[in-house]
Design a protein around this ligand. Sequence first.
Ligand code: F6P
Length: 546
Amino acid sequence: MDQSSFQKQFAALRDHRTAASASMREAFAADPKRFETFSATDGDLMLDWSKCAVDAKTMDLLEQLAAAADLEGRRAAMFSGQKINVTEGRAVLHTALRNLSGKGVVLDGQDVKTEVLAVLDAMGAFADAVRSGKAAGATGKKITDIVNIGIGGSDLGPAMATLALAPYHDGPRAHYVSNIDGAHIHDTLKGLSAETTLFIIASKTFTTVETMTNAETARKWVQKALGKEAVGKHFAAVSTALDLVAKFGIEADRVFGFWDWVGGRYSVWSAIGLPVMIAIGPKNFRAFLDGAHEMDEHFRTAPLQKNLPALMGLIGWWHRVVCKYPARAVIPYDQRLSRLPAYLQQLDMESNGKSVTLDGGAPTTPTGPLVWGEPGTNGQHAFFQLLHQGTDVIPVEFLAAAVGHEPDLKHHHDLLLANCLAQSEALMKGRTLEEARTQMMAKGMKPADVDKIAPHRVFSGDRPSVTILYRKLDPRTFGRLIALYEHRVFVEGTLFDINSFDQWGVELGKELATGLLPVVEGKENAAKRDASTAGLVEHIHRLRGQ
Ligand code: F6P
């Protein structure tokens, strides 16, 4: 990053923001081509950022900012397998997991595509065998339920994808157990039969305490129902730590590897996607990968002015850094993307929630925002009040498909889209006091009531949102969408000058939990801890009669 020219562009953007006076409402009125200017497409996928407080000069300055941050150079470094995850000395090559036909990437003298294709083929064969009943349970019965045991990146991606691709789901039912809270595995297993259940233990490191604890519980459950010898037919594993998997006792032909150059939160494209593949079949899974590869190629080659991930990243940075908005809401008007906000929380916040730059210094700008959301229209009846009239401005990202999977329910879909469009329009336009008054008078309200109530019916407007529109949420489109978000996080991380690919911030809590276990168990004295922790432990013990 060329710090001095970056700071120059940053200052120019700040000045430009301070000088701007027109509201978005005025900007739309003044420029009939605003939508055309501030929207872009890649095939059927459209990004509309015209309802953000930007103008041509903003985009120009943002483009120069990207050049100062050497976005192109960083992007080339990632795609070519340079070890850009500097704190862990690793390449970042999740894009290689979906680059199945083109030229492979050579890493440490080896073409990674050979290994990627070998694992994908093995996954395909196993998925087909489970789906057909060839890989049956110990008593010969066909597998009807798969339970993925994993957490973070080893859970959120496949769990989200299984929901998103429900119309393509023709394999066994898929369940996801992540939480160490015994309630999670207990409630999941309650309705299942060990004879027809297959567990997939998914953990990059195969040491994560939640996953290993749940895996042990699952093993005991199978053993209790079917005996020790049955275990082999009811377990498979996905990991980079093949030695630890072998120690756990899962048979080698049921173990699917991946590599340290795949970050946990970028791993749904790897063998971590196995439960999705079993659910929707290898062909649909391949379409999901192909879609992501299409987006990779778009990100790699499209000019900045039309490059959807770059544009999303630049607008995200503008909102976070120049406009100083602390959060962004992701609202899919697509019920099957109901887990997308949770998935993006890890992708975005674990990647860009950092306070140290690549060279170990302090960032000169705020870094990643708080990311949250829920599907529309549900969110409208919950937190949209704050989005429209709260004292903080929270940019919103709307996602919607033009076409649903249920032709018989087109009316539902039309209502869904009308609501989505209405929300972004309302956020942008708002309602003035005068408009509120006129509306109330037209309804025949008494002038005294109008005076009293009208201020409560005012919407400031000028609240930014972007809209991502696509034709239909099929596997290919879903792949494109997730890759779009991955690259957007990369773009923002580049502008923040941080390493988006490590996650040291999750370590401290893990270390302390290990030390606190004997204290909670009552084997060690709590007195050495801080007074709050000691007091809470004491109260837990009292409540348990310990
Ligand atoms: O807690 C953070 C984390 O390391 C994530 O980055 C990762 O996705 C998750 O834990 C699970 O890790 P693993 O796949 O090694 O069990």
